[in-house]
Ligand binder design. Structure first.
Ligand code: NAI
Ligand code: MG
Length: 399
């Protein structure tokens, strides 16, 4: 059989270090693939005025599966100032290439699992009524709608003309903002479509069914954000009743969810939300299982099959300059396991996950974050493992 080709997108900062180590783990586990590297990120913005060149889009279109490290984004003015001098008069505007990828390929389903590793010193603990320390097992998967909502990019500063007129046609706008000069108004929309809402709900319910989770929780705010959150919850109720009666449907407000997750995180199974609330809830749950060094994700389009797998952390630029990389590669390794599951290499995925679990429970090799150290280069001399040493430890445990 022909070898599979995977597009690697190291991007910026620590993206390269965690991706390189993850590729070593995949090799050592016996995963046979060819890797082609795609250009993405800050360097290409500065040099070419485009952080997501067309050639990279073509590569992903062709090979369908990509492993992505992280990119650096900077505010508009800073981005402009770093642009190559010859590009400065071309009216280029920076926009995040990862958001661009999601939108270009319609990667509307984003899954972010947060599962406790036994023995991780960063696991969430609490005190019981009997004054004992408890370490509840967190096993949650957040399904985040990845292309619409507040991150859809439909925004106006100082809305004018027909946009302003349309806003004024809404009684609430007229009442609350009608007297505010338009130059003092900024508007970001939160658009949900029925099609995308149905797709993310279905993905969440299917996951619950396949892996035996007892509940799906819609985490929105339907009592206040009536049209969008309200629509998602209403559609979820209908879907549960007609197609997933064996799964309980729960409804939490995003603000209350952020409180509940530190009181009774073990009660939750699959969580489904719009783009921003999904982002917030997934970072919240990630905090209970060790934080950014452990938070992985898959994003895909079920129609085209295109999938991009990435840790949810960013490029952590200050760590990228260290001579020896100290960041935790586990989030990237776990993202690669999600890729393996996606392409039906389940045994390979379990093998790597078990090796990671063995390293964590043994507790001999820990990166600085797991030792609660400040991220400085000298952590290596204080007993913290480097990125490479962590990957070596995982490789040594592969059976
Ligand atoms: P960040 O995730 O890059 O780093 C925040 C902090 O988390 C770091 O200072 C470090 O202490 C810790 N951290 C992150 N990854 C870690 C790892 N693997 N192991 C141990 N500790 C880790 O977020 P920040 O600082 O807000 O953003 C830095 C840049 O990354 C920005 O330009 C931002 O736009 C970009 N970014 C990119 C994302 C992506 O590529 N998907 C996601 C989030 C931010
Ligand atoms: Mg986030």
């Amino acid at each position: 059989m022909a070898k599979r080709t995977i597009v690697t997108l190291p991007g910026d900062g620590i993206g390269k270090a965690v991706l390189d180590e993850t590729l070593r783990v995949l090799d050592a586990a016996g995963f046979e693939a060819e890797y082609v590297e795609g250009d993405i990120g800050w360097e290409f913005w500065c040099k070419e005025g485009n952080p997501l060149p067309q050639r990279t889009i073509d590569l992903i279109e062709k090979h369908k599966i990509a492993l992505f490290g992280a990119i650096t984004s900077k505010p508009k003015d800073e981005a402009y100032s770093e642009l190559a001098p010859e590009l400065k008069d071309k009216a280029l505007v920076y926009s995040s290439p990862i958001v661009g990828l999601r939108q270009h390929f319609g990667l509307d389903i984003c899954a972010r699992p947060c599962k406790t590793y036994k023995g991780n010193p960063l696991n969430f603990i609490r005190r019981s009524a009997e004054n004992e320390i408890e370490e509840p097992l967190v096993d949650v998967v957040i399904y985040r709608q990845n292309t619409e909502g507040l991150y859809g990019g439909v925004e106006w500063a100082s809305p004018k003309g027909i946009v302003y007129d349309a806003l004024m046609s809404h009684p609430k706008f007229k009442q609350n903002f009608g007297k505010v000069p338009s130059e003092e108004i900024a508007v970001s929309t939160r658009i949900f479509t029925k099609n995308a809402t149905e797709r993310i709900l279905k993905a969440a319910f299917e996951h619950a069914r396949k892996y035996g989770y007892k509940s799906v929780t819609v985490c929105e705010k339907p009592n206040v954000i009536r049209e969008t959150s309200g629509m998602m919850y209403k559609m979820a109720k209908e879907m549960q009743k007609t197609a997933y009666a064996e799964i309980e449907l729960w409804n939490t407000n995003i603000d209350a969810q952020m409180m509940w997750l530190t009181k009774n995180p073990e009660d939750y199974g699959v969580i489904v939300a719009g783009n921003m609330f999904g982002d917030i809830a997934s970072d919240g749950f990630a905090g209970l299982i060790g934080g950014l060094g452990f938070a992985c994700s898959a994003q895909y389009n079920p129609d085209s099959g295109i999938g991009v797998f990435e840790p949810t952390h960013g490029s952590a630029p200050k760590y990228a300059e260290f001579e020896t990389s100290i960041v935790n590669p586990i989030a990237m390794i776990e993202s690669a396991c999600m890729m393996l599951d996606y392409i039906d290499e389940h045994d390979m995925a379990s093998k790597i996950r078990n090796a990671v679990a063995d390293v964590i429970i043994e507790g001999k090799v820990r990166t600085y974050d797991m030792l609660k150290m400040r991220g400085k280069q000298d952590v290596i001399h204080q007993g913290a493992a480097s990125t490479k040493q962590m990957a070596d430890a995982v490789i040594a445990k592969l059976k």
